[in-house]
Design a protein around this ligand. Structure first.
Ligand SMILES: [Zn+2]
Length: 149
């Protein structure tokens, strides 16, 4: 029978390596997901990826809306073409609410101005042929909503 000679230190190192490899293998097996766990994990990752894409799309859409509002003059000429702000006809229409506030919005860019109505504006809403169509947007100091300023 052949014999192998080694020092106690060599034996110790060999044993340590063998035990270490076995422990590593056992830990990896314990950490590995079963097929069901793997499927749930993949679905979770997939959902997070789609959520991130959706957040990005929403953010791009908001930016587009902001730009449209920034560039809109809320004004048109007789045939509907953009004209400088406050010239021609306002492209606005609105609603008078029970609390006497008015929600006026630009029919082009959906910019919305919310403000306390004056008596003449309430009168216009109730008796005007076209309600608040074409009403001049209020001065900023009358605004009750922040996004229009
Ligand atoms: Zn507008």
């Amino acid at each position: 029978m052949p014999t192998i000679e080694m020092t106690p230190e060599q034996l110790q190192e060999l044993l340590a390596r063998a035990v270490g490899a076995a422990v590593d293998k056992a830990v990896a097996a314990a950490k590995a997901m079963n097929p069901l766990e793997q499927k749930r994990y993949n679905e979770e990752v997939d959902m997070e990826t789609r959520k991130a894409a959706l957040r990005e799309a929403v953010s791009r859409d908001k930016e587009r809306t902001r730009n449209a509002r920034r560039n809109c003059t809320h004004s048109r000429d007789n045939i509907g073409k953009y004209v400088a702000k406050g010239t021609g006809v306002w492209t606005t229409s609105g609603q008078l609410h029970a609390d006497d506030t008015i929600s006026l919005l630009c029919l082009r860019c959906q910019m919305t101005w919310v403000f306390k109505s004056a008596p003449w504006e309430r009168e216009l809403f109730h008796t005007g042929e076209h309600g608040l169509l074409g009403l001049t947007p209020p001065a900023d100091d009358r605004l009750l909503n922040r996004d229009a300023a």
